[in-house]
Design a protein around this ligand. Structure first.
Ligand code: ZN
Length: 359
């Protein structure tokens, strides 16, 4: 989903990216305004809202950085912002403070805007649905920041409030248990919000947001369950030693036969007994599509790939593989190929450990 994001600049050395759908939203707003003035007003308003969202995310990011957690980027999506961190803080105090920083920033911006509104003697009226294209932009932004703060502090994953809740629970119990309870409360909220949106308020947005919260909580739960099951496990315990490989001189046709008639999708490519590349399923399919069946595997393989060893921790590897979308990685002992590890295999390990009830 985040693939289609474009860097628009950086603040405090944190790259700011904008997802392509955000530009579509801007175009949509421009088209919705009935005249040039209203269109420009709407576009400016949406851009200002997203600058406020950047400040909100920046607050999270800077507190996270203060505690030594790297921040990769801030991405803007039409549904809001997202700060991507290198790791997830496991310390409760850090998690609580990082999560609170965003809503506090939104409150601070709202406060500043309220002072401006007051000084400029702008009458304070409630926000209604015409305000995307008209009204006083400062007052509208004030309301937006209030909504940002209130909405984010809902104690439901993946909102900031959900993280604060987990952080607080984590002071009294294990991380996994705290996550479970926070996820349960979050999903309970999501269901309430959904029915409120659909039946009482007849507000489709609210129902959509409820679904978003529900799924977000679900994903958080699954991630922690896997993290918990994989913690302290080494690659050694999951490495696949019974694997197939290709030689550099094999043809793509031979590779596609293996791909079709075995369960393996990605293959190490050897020259003699030395690993020199990886032929991934995407390359096999692309090669066939381009009619290169008689070409050598060496011409289609990936030469630049990540490797691991048996002594690596599975949890770190799992994160790298899911983040970078790598389905298979060679497991090495020095120069020697020991075996391979696949996401599928890690998933199976998790299934077994969950079945044993260690989770
Ligand atoms: Zn936030």
């Amino acid at each position: 989903m985040l693939k289609w994001s474009f860097k628009v600049g950086s603040i405090f050395r944190i790259p700011i990216k904008v997802h392509v759908t955000f530009f579509i939203l801007l175009a949509f707003v421009a088209l919705m305004g009935e005249n040039v003035y209203r269109s420009l007003f709407g576009v400016l308003f949406v851009i200002l809202i997203f600058i406020c969202v950047i400040f909100h995310e920046l607050a999270h990011s800077l507190v996270a950085r203060y505690y030594g957690h790297g921040v990769k980027s801030i991405t803007l999506l039409p549904i809001g912002g997202m700060a991507q961190m290198d790791d997830i803080p496991e310390d409760s105090k850090e998690e609580i403070l990082i999560s609170l920083a965003g809503p506090l920033m939104s409150v601070a911006i709202a406060g500043l805007l309220l002072i401006l509104v007051y000084l400029l003697k702008i009458p304070i009226v409630p926000l209604d649905n015409t305000t995307l294209f008209e009204g006083n932009i400062l007052l509208n932004l004030f309301w937006i920041n209030i909504i940002l703060a209130v909405f984010n502090i809902i104690p439901a994953f993946p909102m900031d409030g959900g993280r604060v809740l987990r952080g607080v629970l984590n002071l009294f119990m294990s991380h996994l248990k705290a996550t479970r309870i926070a996820v349960f409360i979050g999903q309970f909220f999501a269901v309430l919000l959904f029915f409120f949106g659909v039946f009482y308020d007849k507000n489709l947005w609210m129902a959509l947001i409820a679904i978003f919260i529900y799924l977000g909580a679900e994903a958080e739960d699954r991630m922690w369950a896997i993290r918990h099951a994989l913690s302290d496990v080494l690659v050694k315990e999951v490495v696949l030693k019974n694997y197939l490989w290709l030689n550099t001189g094999d043809t793509l046709k031979a590779a596609s036969e293996l791909f079709l008639h075995t369960l393996q999708g990605d293959f190490p490519v050897l020259f003699g007994d030395r690993l020199v590349g990886i032929l991934r399923r995407e390359s096999i399919i692309r090669g066939i599509n381009e009619g290169r069946e008689s070409e050598r595997v060496a011409d289609l393989m990936e030469r630049d790939y990540l490797m691991t060893t048996e002594k690596q921790k599975l949890i770190g590897l799992y994160r790298i593989m899911t983040e970078k979308g790598i389905s298979m990685m060679p497991v090495m002992d020095g120069e020697k190929l020991l075996g391979i590890i696949t996401l599928e295999q890690i998933g199976r390990y998790h299934m077994i450990s969950a079945a044993k009830g260690t989770d």
